[in-house]
Write a protein that binds this ligand. Structure first.
Ligand SMILES: Cc1ncc(COP(=O)(O)O)c(C=O)c1O
Length: 427
């Protein structure tokens, strides 16, 4: 697999390099040179396969002969060791539940696959530092995916006081090779620090820097697989009228969905669903890219005003000659998010703020004869405080969370200051 840097198309790398490097020069994102497409008959046959076999075929179509098929299949099996069920919410809408992995969020798919790929492509004596910024769930998924892995040090930055207490417990209590830093700033400030580190060639070499953010291509490729899994679970008659609503922050999940469509998966339309951090909806509405200051919302993992993956979305539309005007969108306020969660609860479905935003826009925009799917990106218990307060009911914590809830936090604290971070990384 060859990939090019979106900031300098002459910089081309292999899949292994892209996995190890994360970003190209000038902080450019890597993008696949070839965009494979399956025949319709292939897609039909794939939809009959089990999750792991189908996912291996999808990933192999992108990665090619850089990883022999049987080795890739073994790695996929190790990474995707939990289901992604589609649960009906109403007659014409269902949720693709992506929160049945060890850290109860969709990030488990990408995080665990990336850990597998990094282990595969790295030399056995190579020291690697994974530096990543999280708005909540990536941190936990990455920390658990790499916990205890030889020669890997993981450093995770997160915005102080802006992730849920349980999210924090899930990854800031591990210790060992997992170090966490709460940054006095918002998620964009954390992300900016990571980017600065990647621009520092000396630092990069000294600590073998790598990122596990959704900018890493291996994470994005992994996420393609669950869109296929969703369609495979739907009855034939619903497959061709499918509208998928994606709760979006950094737009990694939506990019993966669009890559699934580009492979030939029949998805009629996507909805890019955001909270009040609505840079993309406004851009799709008026053609002007004008990020505002990030504001804190109930759906904190989507509090992103400069979404990292957007250049990949634009590149895909350009390469496929799709029109951006075909991408549906919407932004949902906290008040409407609350109302959506209550409405869902009345229908017998307990959800959390991120998924509720996607559901609300789907419900509003779904047309006669269409079938809607929204992504359930996190378990409601990960947002226990807000869910319990809004729904006025007590949630039972799943065992993965209950066992961490009482442990002490091991995080360091830091200003959003690159010099301080650099010194920390070099220590
Ligand atoms: C629960 C949840 N939903 C949605 C998102 C947004 O996903 P993306 O950043 O890929 O757009 C995130 C990202 O962290 C998340 O944690």
């Amino acid at each position: 697999m060859k990939l090019y840097n979106l900031k300098d198309h002459n910089e081309q790398v292999s899949f292994a390099q892209a996995v190890k490097q994360g970003l190209g020069s000038q902080q450019g994102l890597f993008f696949p040179l070839e965009l494979p497409e399956f025949e319709l008959t292939d897609i039909d046959a794939m939809l009959e396969m089990d999750f792991v076999s189908r996912s291996s075929k999808i990933l192999s179509a992108y990665i090619g002969d850089e990883i022999p098929a049987h080795q890739l299949a073994e790695r996929v099996k190790a990474a995707f060791a939990f289901p992604a069920p589609v649960k009906a919410v109403s007659e014409d809408i269902a949720c693709l539940e992506l929160f049945h992995g060890p850290t109860l969020a969709f990030k488990d798919f990408g995080g665990r696959f990336m850990a597998q790929m990094l282990a595969y492509v790295s030399g056995s004596d190579e020291q690697i530092t994974i530096l990543t910024a999280t708005s909540g769930d990536t941190g936990a998924a990455v920390a658990h995916a790499f916990y205890g892995m030889k020669n890997v040090r993981v450093v995770i930055l997160y915005p102080q006081g802006k992730i849920s207490p349980l999210q924090e417990k899930l990854f800031c209590t591990l210790g060992g090779n997992i170090e966490t830093i709460s940054i006095d700033g918002d998620f964009d400030a954390c992300q900016a620090l990571v980017k600065q580190a990647f621009d520092d060639e000396e630092l990069k070499r000294a600590i073998g820097l790598n990122s596990a953010n959704s900018i890493n291509i291996s994470r994005l490729l992994a996420q393609i697989c669950y869109y296929f899994e969703a369609v495979a679970q739907l009855p034939q008659e619903k497959r061709n009228q499918l509208v998928v609503s994606v709760p979006s922050g950094n737009f990694g999940d939506l990019t993966a969905g669009l890559l699934a469509k580009s492979l030939g998966l029949p998805i009629k339309r996507f909805i890019a669903a955001t909270n009040a951090n609505d840079t993309v909806p406004r851009f799709l509405g008026n053609g002007e890219w004008q990020p505002n200051l990030t504001v804190s919302t109930l759906s904190n993992a989507m509090d992103v005003s400069q979404p990292n993956n957007w250049p990949r979305v634009e590149e895909l539309f350009r390469r496929k000659t799709w029109r951006l005007t075909d991408l549906a969108y919407g932004a949902v306020s906290d008040e409407t998010t609350r109302a959506a969660m209550r409405e869902l609860a009345e229908m017998g479905y307990i959800s959390e703020p991120h998924a509720a935003i996607a559901w609300r826009l789907l419900r509003d925009q779904l047309q006669e004869g269409e079938y809607g799917l929204f992504l359930g990106t996190a378990h409601p218990a990960k947002f226990r405080e807000s869910v319990e307060e809004i729904l006025e009911q007590t949630l039972t914590l799943p065992p993965e969370l209950a066992e961490r809830a009482e442990l002490p936090l091991l995080s360091h604290q830091m200003q959003a200051d690159f010099a301080a971070l650099r010194a920390f990384l070099l220590k």
